[in-house]
Design a binder for this molecule. Structure first.
Ligand SMILES: Nc1ncnc2c1ncn2[C@@H]1O[C@H](COP(=O)(O)OP(=O)(O)OP(=O)(O)O)[C@@H](O)[C@H]1O
Length: 207
């Protein structure tokens, strides 16, 4: 098998009195789509945040294409895109200004993202005034414009109607077709053309 793009080895993390991860390891290869499907509180968000470099495990190692990485500023960090309910957008700016701020040199790419998420009718609106599903769509556009190789999505379909769930699924499929990696935490299935690998985190804690 090819070398893993992103791997986590022997993660150990305690939350309060509880060992959330005890020797947990995960490997993500090109074109992997992994669905984190586990009960509330099992550690899905925490795992995504560890992979995004936002939470540091007590022990364990993250590797990018076989090399360790420690800081959020190195190349591997820029290749990892993270989307949760905080979206990574400025609430007080319009959708157009948010997208311009992310990709101010590439109008073509911005136009593609606007089209893919059907954001044209929303461009003049302030992000803070959008509905939950509309905000999610702008958050996905942000992810597209960042050109990340690995997408880490926490409840990406929350607030999306059927049309936009299908749109999200199509974006994940297209990302996979280009060799991209996607890990998403969700309590609901996404209508993906090819079934994702499922991770229940049942064996995450050996204790
Ligand atoms: N910053 C924190 N400090 C202490 N405990 C935390 C912290 N963040 C999360 N936890 C605890 O870690 C456990 C895992 O939380 P996490 O949010 O990763 O679960 P989840 O699987 O994403 O849950 P949900 O399905 O409800 O979103 C929970 O018991 C939670 O209370």
């Amino acid at each position: 098998m090819s070398e893993a793009i992103l791997s986590a080895t022997n993660l150990w993390l305690r939350r309060g009195e509880r060992e959330l991860f005890n020797g947990y390891s995960l490997q993500l290869h090109a074109a992997d789509v992994l669905w984190l499907r586990a009960p509330n509180g099992r550690g899905k968000t925490t795992l995504l945040r560890i992979l995004a470099g936002l939470v540091t495990p007590e022990t364990g190692r993250l590797s990018w294409r076989g090399q360790g990485f420690a800081s959020r500023m190195d190349e591997s960090r820029q290749a990892i895109g993270f989307l949760d309910e905080r979206l990574g957008l400025s609430r007080d700016l319009s959708v157009a200004d948010n997208l311009r701020y992310i990709a101010d040199t590439c109008a073509t790419q911005t136009a593609v993202a606007i089209d893919a998420l059907e954001l044209a009718p929303l461009l003049a609106r302030r992000v803070g005034q959008l509905s939950t599903g509309q905000k999610k769509r702008v958050g996905m556009a942000r992810l597209l414009l960042e050109n990340a190789v690995v997408w880490l999505l926490d409840e990406p379909a929350n607030g999306l109607d059927d049309t936009n769930r299908a749109r999200l699924s199509a974006l994940i499929e297209a990302h996979r077709a280009q060799g991209g990696v996607c890990v998403f935490a969700s309590h609901d299935e996404l209508p993906l053309a090819r079934p994702p690998r499922i991770e229940t985190l049942e064996g995450a804690c050996a204790a």
